[in-house]
Design a binder for this molecule. Sequence first.
Ligand code: FSX
Ligand code: SF4
Ligand code: F3S
Length: 413
Amino acid sequence: MGEGAMKRFLHAGRCGGGGGAPTLAAPTPPSGRGLSRRAFLKWAAVTASSLSLPAHAAMELVDALDSGRRLPVIWLSFQECTGCSESLTRAGAPTIERLLFGFISLEYHHLLQAAAGARAEAARDEAREREKGGYLLVVEGSIPTAAGGACATTAGKSHLDQLRVFAADAAAVIAVGGCASDGGLPAAAPNPTGAMGVGALMEAGLVARRPLVNLPGCPPLPVVLSGTLAHFLAFGRFPESDDGGRPLAFYGATVHERCSRYHFYQQGLFARRFDDEGARKGWCLYELGCRGPVTRNACASHKWNGGVSFPIQCGHPCIGCSETGFWDRDGFYRPLEAVALERADASGRGEALYQGNCVYCHPVDPAQLGISPEGAVEQLRSSAIRAHQRFSFTDTELQDLEAYLSERGATPP
Ligand code: FSX
Ligand code: SF4
Ligand code: F3S
């Protein structure tokens, strides 16, 4: 296929639409990798788009993956629930297995490989020697460090020692899932095994520093891994990341920003119980503890099982599974506002009250409120305002609000 035709194809694929298939001069051969040529090209276009790459990057992706060079990958599973691999094997088109077996040389993955026992371990060690400095290491699960790493071993070797050895010879490392990224569930208090993520071990000097990308989520989205892998295959580096080492293309926006219930949030329509009318009508889950506003992940747009659904769509609030330490943060079912109120001083509590209530009708910046703090509180105490169900504040809340308005310089016009 000529470059022009390819570009037209990729453009058609990117723009989607069932009827958007391009007209090709000749039938394209199957890729020979368990994926038709057409599906492969379409996938490349969609992947480039999901990575927020410019249009020409799809071509580079195609060229790199088409080159026949298969990147050696060693995949180590440590302290985890296997949910990450379960999630990844439910990727859309192409399935993650096709990506893995078509474009990379998966040297070891104890869940997916057929081999087991001493021969599998020997093959893994032989791959490390053979591909020294050139393989990609994928880590799934946290690494126990208590008791010298004795809490978890495979084939007589501690996970900590395995990571030390395999990271030292890797070209780069992908930490898949919250456990590998920051310790995840196994690291939840009181963290009896001293579980740590890969990055923390590198920072502590316990594991060799290598280029690292974190793909948190419990589990992460399949597209996050396939997109990150494809980027590495095509460009020899990981996509641009945030401070937490997470690719911005997938973790650059909050769940809230792309949530299908967002318009209910804006209208102040909330489910307050899992079985109330609001829940049945699909209203916003903020009052049930949704962490979507403070959680960066792409689940609201990419979803699971080929785009079928994600937690909030199923009626469960986001528990913030792609954020560091989410297991230990404030419980799962308390509204963010309640958590903020508990933590804050009087002015901070007043801020939460103001930003959670008053901004529906008044400026976000209280300096532009056009009334003194005392005047505002006086009005709020008046029976007319109290009659409005949203604004029945207690005396303590009114004091907090006054403290906030004073601090922020609310003055009469
Ligand atoms: Fe952790 Fe993954 Fe959660 Fe489970 O491998 S991120 S417990 S889905 O399986 O590591
Ligand atoms: Fe935001 Fe959660 Fe409500 Fe969605 S359900 S709009 S993520 S608070
Ligand atoms: Fe996790 Fe929240 Fe998405 S719990 S899967 S980040 S909706």
